[in-house]
Design a protein around this ligand. Structure first.
Ligand SMILES: Cc1cc2nc3c(=O)[nH]c(=O)nc-3n(C[C@H](O)[C@H](O)[C@H](O)COP(=O)(O)OP(=O)(O)OC[C@H]3O[C@@H](n4cnc5c(N)ncnc54)[C@H](O)[C@@H]3O)c2cc1C
Length: 384
C-alpha cells in the first residue's frame, strides 16, 4: 500500500497551490465586497482572464478527454486539485469542462452542445428536481408529449444551479409509456427562469416549461433512458464535493490556529486552553479522515470499480466534517467569527449546502445502509 503522490502528481498539486495563492486568493477582499453589494463575486472579464492564464499553464479541461483538448488528469488528480481550489472561497474553476452526460450525445449534439460548452461559449444546467420531487427524483411530473416529429414539454423545475445564466438545459421529463427521457433544450425554444434567493452567495433558479416545442433530435441518449443518465451525472463527481470541502476546512483550521495563538483571554493565549486545543485536534482528525475517504472513492472511480458506496460514504462524511469544522473555527474566533470582517460566516453559509444537494445526508445514509442490508457492500473490505 502506497499513500505517496508521484513526482508528477506532486508537481501538479504544488503548481495549483501556487496558482491559487498567487492569482486567486488576492481576489478574496474584492469578492466579499462585490457579493455584499449584490454583484457577482468575480466579474466575467476577470474570470475569463484568470481562466486563460490557467490555460497557458496547462490547467484546462482537468477531466476532459485529450481528443477534446483536455488534460484528462483522472479522478485522483481531480480530487487533489479540488482540495487545492477549495482553499479559497473565490468562485473560480478551471475552464474547458462539460457535463459528463453530454458525451452521450450523437455527433451533431456534440458539435452543438458539448464542444461549445468545453470552449466556454455555451453554458448548461442540469434540471431534474421539481417542487414535488427532490430526494424522490423518480416522482418527477414534468411531461413531454410527442407531437409529430417534435415533443411538447410542460412542467416546473426548481433549485437549478446555473439556471439563470444557462443558454441550454439538460431537462428530465416523463415520456409515457417509455419512462423518463433527457432533452437538450435551448433557452430560445421557450423556457423561462426565475432566480431563487438563498442563504448562499450564488442562487439557483426555477425553470418553467409551458408546451416548449423540442425536436426529436434533441433527445440526449435514448428515449426512456433518462434516469440512468441523471444518475450518471449525479454520480460522476460525488467525491468532488468533499474534496473541495477538505481544502476549505484546512484553510479555515489554519486561520483558527493562528488566531488562537494571538488572541489573549484571562492572561494567556486562548491556544493554551484545552477547550480550544480539543476543537483544533478534533478538526484535524476529521479533515484527515475525510481526505482519505475521498481519495479512496476517487481511486475506485479511477480503477473503473463501482464507486457508489465509497462515494456516498465520502460525501456524507465530508459534508458533515466541513460543517463541524467551520462551526468550531467560528467559535474559536468568538464575536469576530460572526462578523463580516472575516470570511468565516461566508464559508459557513456556503458549506451548509453540502449536506443538502446532490443527495442529502439522509439519502446518503439510506444508500449506505441499504447497500449493507442488501449485500451490495460488505463489512471488512479493504481496497476492493
Ligand atoms: C443551492 C442548490 C442547488 C441545487 N442545484 C440543483 C441542480 O443543479 N439540479 C437539480 O436537479 N437539483 C438541484 N438542487 C436540488 C437538490 O438536489 C435537492 O434540494 C435535494 O435533492 C433535496 O431535495 P428536496 O429539497 O426536495 O428535499 P426533500 O427531498 O423534500 O427532503 C426534505 C428532508 O427529508 C429528508 N428525506 C427525504 N426523503 C427521505 C427518505 N427516503 N429517508 C429519509 N429522509 C428523507 C431529506 O434528507 C431532507 O432532510 C439544488 C439544491 C440547492 C439547495
Amino acid at each position: 500500500m502506497d499513500f505517496s503522490l508521484s513526482t508528477e502528481e506532486r508537481q501538479i498539486r504544488d503548481t495549483v497551490r501556487a496558482f491559487v495563492e498567487k492569482e486567486v486568493m488576492p481576489l478574496e477582499p474584492e469578492v466579499l465586497r462585490n457579493e455584499r453589494a449584490g454583484q457577482p463575486g468575480v466579474p466575467a472579464d476577470v474570470l475569463r482572464e484568470l481562466r486563460l492564464k490557467a490555460k497557458r499553464m496547462g490547467f484546462w479541461g482537468i477531466n476532459t478527454p485529450e481528443e477534446y483538448g483536455g488534460a484528462a488528469l483522472g479522478p485522483i488528480m481531480s480530487a487533489i486539485i479540488a482540495m487545492e481550489m477549495g482553499r479559497t472561497f473565490v468562485p473560480f474553476t478551471f475552464g474547458g469542462s462539460a457535463d459528463n452526460i453530454l458525451y452521450a450525445g450523437n455527433e451533431e449534439q456534440k458539435r452543438r452542445y458539448l464542444i461549445p460548452t468545453i470552449e466556454g461559449e455555451r453554458r448548461s444546467c442540469f434540471a431534474i428536481t421539481e417542487p414535488g420531487a427532490g430526494s424522490d427524483a423518480r416522482n418527477i411530473r414534468t411531461r413531454a408529449v410527442r407531437d409529430g416529429s417534435e415533443w411538447l414539454i410542460s412542467g416546473e423545475k426548481t433549485f437549478i444551479t446555473g439556471g439563470s445564466e444557462a443558454d441550454f438545459v439538460m431537462v428530465f421529463a416523463v415520456t409515457e409509456p417509455y419512462g423518463v427521457t433527457c432533452f437538450l433544450v435551448d433557452r430560445d425554444m421557450g423556457w423561462k427562469s426565475e432566480p431563487i434567493p438563498t442563504m448562499g452567495e450564488w442562487g439557483p433558479a426555477s425553470l418553467v416549461f409551458e408546451d416548449v416545442r423540442v425536436p426529436e433530435e434533441n433527445i440526449l441518449g435514448e428515449l426512456g433512458k433518462g434516469f440512468e443518465l441523471a444518475m450518471e451525472w449525479i454520480g460522476q463527481g460525488r467525491y468532488m464535493i468533499p474534496a473541495r470541502a477538505i481544502g476549505s476546512a484546512e484553510r479555515m483550521l489554519g486561520m483558527a490556529v493562528d488566531y488562537a495563538k494571538i488572541r489573549k483571554s484571562m492572561g494567556q493565549a486562548i491556544s493554551e486552553y484545552q477547550a480550544i486545543q480539543w476543537m483544533i485536534a478534533d478538526s484535524q482528525v476529521e479533515i484527515e479522515a475525510a481526505k482519505w475517504l475521498t481519495l479512496y472513492a476517487a481511486w475506485q472511480v479511477q480503477e473503473g470499480m463501482d464507486a457508489r458506496h465509497a462515494s456516498s460514504i465520502a460525501k456524507l462524511n465530508g459534508a458533515v466534517m466541513a460543517n463541524q469544522v467551520v462551526d468550531r473555527v467560528l467559535q474559536i474566533h468568538g464575536g469576530m467569527g460572526y462578523t463580516k470582517e472575516l470570511p468565516i460566516e461566508r464559508w459557513y453559509r456556503e458549506l451548509r449546502l453540502l449536506r443538502i444537494f446532490e443527495g442529502t445526508d439522509e439519502i446518503q445514509r439510506r444508500t449506505i445502509a441499504r447497500n449493507l442490508l442488501k449485500g451490495h457492500a460488505r463489512l471488512g473490505a479493504i481496497g476492493e
